[in-house]
Design a protein around this ligand. Structure first.
Ligand code: GCW
Length: 648
C-alpha cells in the first residue's frame, strides 16, 4: 500500500516579495534542462514567486537565475553569487550544480527574500552515505519509523516516495544510499539476481539523477546461496570469476551503481573465515570484480565474538575491531573502504572514539554512525545526535599524520538511517533533525550543531520565534539528558537485551555479547588498560584513558574500574554522580514535555499530538530508568544519597 509522505524541510512557500514581473532562467547547453538541478529551481521558483512569469533566457527579465557547469570546480563543488536581482550558480558537474541550487534556495528561504551572497563550497567527504537496514519482507531492523519504503513482500518498490526520498537526500548533501540490511536474509539474498535487476536499474537511474549512488548489501556466500557453487572461498578463482560475471551483469543494467556493502564474519553472517582466509582476502576479491566499473567495496569493521562466556574477564569486545583490522592496514585494494563504527562497542549514547581511526594509515576509512536511535530512545525519546557527531568528526586521533582529526582520516561517513514509511519519515518529527543534520554536517563540518538545528527548524516549521527557541533548547540538550538518565560516566549496556529499550542493569551481565558493567559491592567498570584496549590509542590518549585520575569523567567507567567513592574531576563521588545525573536527566525529560506543551497551537495539530504522545512515553521511561538504575547501585553499594532522595 502506498502511504502519503511529508516534504519535510522541502516545503516551498511564497517569498515575502510581491514580485510580478518576468523571471528568467539562463543555462548554456552543457546544463541539462531536464536534469534535477534545473527542475528543482523551476519547481521552487514557481511556488516562491507565484505571480512571476517564468521564462528561459529572456533578456527583458528583471530577475535572472543563471545555472552553469565549470571544469575548474570539483564535480560536487559549487559557487554562488547572488543579489536582489537574481543569482548565478555554477557547479563542477550536474551534482555540484544541484547542491548549489539547493544551497541558494535554502538561503533565500531562510531569509524570506532574495539575498546577497558569495559562496564557494566543496564537500568535506567524498561519500556521505545512508545505510538502510531494510529487509526484503518490508520490515526494518532497528526501525522505529514504520515499515520499509524500498521493499514490499520481497519486491523492490520505485514510486513517487522514492523520488521524494532522493530529493530530500540531495537537498542536505547525501550522495550514496545502501537500501538493504547488512544482515542479508530471505529474499534480499536474491536482490542481485536476474529477476530483480531491471527494478534495481530503475532505482539506480532515479537516484543517480539526484546525485545519489545506489549501493547494495550483499551476502558474502552468494556464490553458494544463489550461484549454486560449493564454495564462496575468496581465493578460489571460480568464486572470483562468479563475482566478476555478477558485477558485469549488474553494471551493464545499472551503470551508476556505487558498489557493495559487506558485513562478514559478524553476528552469524558468512565471511572469509569459513575458508581460513582473512578480511583483506575477502574484500579484495570483491574489489577486483567491481573495479572495471568504478565500483567500491565498503567492508565493515564490526567483527567480534558474540558468543563470549561472561566468566571470561580477559576477552574484551572493545578490542576486537582493532585486533582484526589493524594488522591488515595496507593490505586492502584502493577501491575498498573500511567502515568503522564511531565507537568500539555499538552505538551507545557515550563511547570513546574507535581507536582504528588513529591507527589505519594506508586504508580508506568510513565512519559509521547510527541515526536510528536503537540505544538512544528509539525515536520515542528525543535525542539529537548532531553535537555528538560533530564532536567525533572533529576529534583528534593524535596520529603522527597531520591533520589528524577523524574527519581528516576518513573519506566517507555512513549513517544507519532512521527512516521508514511513516508520514514524517522518521516516526518522530524531531528525529528529522538527525537525518537533515547528518547530510549537512558531513558536507560542511565547520557548521555548528546550533547552526544546523536552527536552519532545520526554520525550513521545517517556519519562523515563529517561540517555536525556534523551544525546539532548539530541547534538541540541543536532549543528548545530555538521555545520557544522564541512562548511561552514567560512559557505562553502557544497562538497557534491556534484545529490544535495547528501557533499563535492565543485570540484563547483559550474564549473557554472551561481551557487554558487561561488572558492578559489585565495591565498585564498577572495566579496567581496560588491563584488557589491552587503552594501548590501542596514540599517546597522550593512551595515558589519559589508562589512569582513573586523568580519565575524563564522561568516559571513566568505560575505561577504568573504580570504587563508588572515587572522586571525579567534577568534585563529586562516582556514586553521587550516578544518583544526581539520574534525577537531573529525568527532570530534563519532564521539562521537555512541558516545553513541548507550550507549543500547542503553534505547530500543526498532528505534529503536536505525535510529539505529546512521545514526550509522555519519554517521561514515563526516564522515571523508570532513574529508579531502576539508582536502586541497582544503591543496593549494591550501600551508599545513600547526600540529598536524601528516594532510591528504592
Ligand atoms: O547494533 C547491532 C544491532 C543489530 C545490527 C548490528 C550491526 C544489523 O543490534 O541489529 O545488525 O549491530 O551493526 O550489524
Amino acid at each position: 500500500m502506498k502511504k502519503e509522505s511529508s516534504p519535510l524541510w522541502l516545503e516551498y512557500k511564497p517569498l515575502n516579495t510581491a514580485f510580478a514581473g518576468r523571471a528568467a532562467i539562463r543555462c548554456p547547453s552543457r546544463v541539462d534542462r531536464q536534469g534535477a538541478a534545473v527542475t528543482e529551481l523551476i519547481t521552487a521558483l514557481k511556488i516562491m514567486l507565484p505571480a512571476a512569469e517564468l521564462t528561459f533566457g529572456a533578456d527583458s527579465a528583471s530577475l535572472i537565475f543563471e545555472a552553469d557547469i565549470a571544469d575548474f570546480l570539483d564535480p560536487e563543488e559549487y559557487m554562488i553569487s547572488a543579489d536582489e536581482r537574481g543569482a548565478s550558480v555554477i557547479g563542477g558537474s550536474e551534482s555540484g550544480l544541484l547542491y548549489g541550487i539547493f544551497a541558494y534556495l535554502r538561503e533565500i528561504r531562510l531569509a524570506g527574500s532574495f539575498v546577497r551572497m558569495n559562496r564557494r563550497v566543496r564537500p568535506a567527504l567524498e561519500l556521505r552515505m545512508l545505510d538502510h537496514w531494510d529487509n526484503a519482507d518490508g520490515s526494518v531492523e532497528r526501525g522505529y519509523s514504520g515499515e520499509s519504503f524500498f521493499f514490499e513482500d520481497g519486491k523492490l518498490v520505485v514510486n513517487e516516495r522514492t523520488e521524494m526520498y532522493a530529493r530530500l537526500l540531495a537537498s542536505c548533501g547525501i550522495n550514496s544510499a545502501v537500501i538493504n540490511n547488512v544482515n542479508v536474509r530471505g529474499e534480499a539474498v536474491r536482490l542481485i539476481c536476474e529477476e530483480n535487476i531491471p527494478q534495481l536499474a530503475r532505482l539506480s537511474a532515479l537516484l543517480h539523477r539526484w546525485g545519489i549512488a545506489l549501493y547494495l548489501s550483499i551476502d558474502f556466500s552468494a556464490p553458494v546461496s544463489v550461484g549454486g557453487m560449493r564454495t564462496a572461498d575468496p581465493l578460489d578463482p571460480a568464486v572470483g570469476y562468479w563475482w566478476s560475471n555478477k558485477a558485469r551483469e549488474l553494471w551493464k543494467a545499472a551503470p551508476d551503481l556505487g558498489g557493495f556493502l559487506v558485513k562478514a564474519d559478524s553476528e552469524g553472517q558468512p565471511g572469509p573465515y569459513a575458508y581460513g582466509r582473512d578480511h583483506a582476502d575477502g574484500a579484495n576479491m570483491l574489489a577486483r570484480a567491481v573495479k572495471p566499473y568504478g565500483g567500491r567495496i565498503i567492508w565493515r569493521a564490526f567483527v567480534y565474538n558474540c558468543t563470549q562466556d561472561w566468566r571470561d574477564t580477559r576477552t574484551d569486545r572493545a578490542c576486537a575491531g582493532f585486533r582484526t583490522f589493524a594488522p591488515l592496514d595496507g593490505h586492502f585494494d584502493a577501491n575498498v573502504i573500511l567502515q568503522v563504527k564511531n565507537g568500539p562497542m555499538d552505538f551507545q549514547v557515550r563511547e570513546p572514539v574507535h581507536p582504528l581511526f588513529g591507527a589505519m594509515k594506508h586504508t580508506a576509512l568510513a565512519a559509521e554512525f547510527q541515526l536510528a536511535q536503537e540505544y538512544t530512545g528509539q525515536q520515542l525519546h528525543v535525542c539529537c545526535l548532531l553535537p555528538m557527531l560533530r564532536e567525533i568528526l572533529l576529534w583528534n586521533t593524535c596520529t603522527d599524520i597531520q591533520p589528524g582529526r577523524v574527519i581528516d582520516r576518513i573519506c566517507a561517513a555512513a549513517a544507519v538511517s532512521n527512516t521508514g514509511d511513516s508520514f514524517c519519515w522518521t516516526g518522530s518529527e524531531l528525529a528529522g533533525a538527525n537525518l537533515y543534520g547528518f547530510g549537512r554536517l558531513t558536507f560542511e563540518p565547520q557548521l555548528t550543531a546550533e547552526d544546523i538545528i536552527d536552519e532545520w527548524i526554520t525550513l521545517t516549521f517556519g519562523r515563529d520565534e517561540k517555536v525556534r527557541e523551544v525546539l532548539s533548547e530541547i534538541l540541543l540538550s536532549s543528548h545530555k539528558a538521555y545520557e544522564d538518565y541512562t548511561a552514567p560516566l560512559g557505562l553502557g549496556w544497562l538497557c534491556k537485551p534484545a529490544t535495547h529499550y528501557g533499563p535492565d542493569p543485570w540484563g547483559y551481565e550474564f549473557d554472551r555479547w561481551g557487554t558487561y558493567n561488572r558492578a559489585d559491592r565495591d565498585g564498577v567498570g572495566i579496567d581496560r588498560a588491563k584488557t589491552g584496549f587503552t594501548a590501542m590509542y596514540n599517546e597522550p590518549l593512551r595515558e589519559l584513558y589508562s589512569d582513573p585520575e586523568k580519565c575524563p569523567d564522561e568516559l571513566l567507567l568505560f575505561f577504568c574500574r573504580v570504587r563508588y567513592d572515587h572522586l571525579l574531576h567534577s568534585g563529586k563521588t562516582v556514586i553521587q554522580h550516578i544518583y544526581d545525573s539520574h534525577f537531573e536527566g529525568c527532570e530534563r525529560a519532564e521539562e521537555f514535555a512541558r516545553l513541548w506543551d507550550s507549543l500547542e497551537g503553534r505547530l500543526p495539530a498532528e505534529v503536536f499530538d505525535n510529539g505529546r504522545r512521545r514526550f509522555k512515553e519519554q517521561v514515563r521511561c526516564a522515571r523508570e530508568w532513574r529508579d531502576v538504575i539508582n536502586a541497582f547501585f544503591h543496593r549494591l553499594s550501600g551508599f545513600s544519597d547526600e540529598q536524601g532522595r528516594k532510591l528504592y
